[in-house]
Design a protein around this ligand. Structure first.
Ligand SMILES: N[C@@H](CCC(=O)N[C@@H](CS)C(=O)NCC(=O)O)C(=O)O
Length: 220
């Protein structure tokens, strides 16, 4: 693999709490032991043609490696996992398909209502219908979380005894939602997230994104 370059916020609105989606890409790179470079972009730069050529929706993260340019954290993590077979994706093709299924479940089933709940709590607070909307948003987030909690049960990881890209993506999604006060209604999910956070690769990724924020705020 050529050394990749990813993009991240120049000044992350989360103040280095690891909530921006470059975190899961950094984590995957750390898990497979791939060194990488980071290009920091401002909100203004993200909407300029140069960045839009890489990311049609004007967001981070992006991923460049030789001739390849990717956007979407799920696609990027899958690509990284595929480059180093056996580390984040099992060799057996059925097991691999199951892991990829969990990646889709994380991004397609679990994350959307959590993003909606975040939007409700953060951006809709001043709306006259906020009081009615909030409980609905909580209920919608609880449905997939409750189902996931039942499925995970007492298991360490989703598919087998080994941590996979499915866990990385699911924990990446749940980790972002920790502050919403809904994931912690499910103690086994909180413990699952904590197991992910305890991984040395997670810590290295977290520290790297925090260092960017500290550096940017020192310069401000
Ligand atoms: N589905 C995309 C979502 C990317 C996304 O929402 N990125 C956020 C940061 S976490 C962003 O760039 N926000 C700035 C903006 O939309 O202007 C992914 O998973 O990569």
């Amino acid at each position: 693999m050529n050394r990749p370059t990813i993009t991240a916020f120049q000044v992350s609105p989360d103040r280095g709490r690891g909530l921006a989606r470059d975190m899961r890409v950094r984590w995957a790179l750390e898990e497979v032991g791939q060194a990488y470079d980071v290009r920091l972009v401002s909100f203004e730069q993200m909407k300029q043609p140069a960045h839009l050529a890489l990311h049609p929706f004007g967001q981070i993260p992006t991923y460049e490696e030789g001739d390849l340019a990717l956007f979407e954290s799920g696609s990027i993590v899958l690509h990284i996992a595929e480059q180093r077979a056996g580390l984040l994706l099992p060799a057996d093709s059925n097991a691999r398909a199951r892991v990829i299924t969990w990646m889709f479940a994380a991004l397609n089933t679990v994350e959307p209502p959590l993003v909606e709940l975040t939007a409700a709590k953060v951006f809709e607070r001043d709306q006259p219908w906020y009081g009615q909307r909030l409980p609905l948003a909580f209920e919608r987030a609880r449905k997939p979380l409750g189902d996931l909690s039942r499925r995970l049960g007492d298991a360490q990881w989703l598919e087998s005894d080994a941590f996979t890209a499915g866990d990385l993506m699911m924990i990446g999604v749940l980790f972002r939602a920790k502050g919403l006060g809904v994931v912690d209604e499910y103690p086994n999910l909180s413990a699952y997230v904590a197991r992910g956070e305890a991984r040395p690769a997670f810590k290295r990724a977290f520290d790297a994104q925090l260092a960017v924020f500290k550096h940017s705020s020192e310069g401000a």
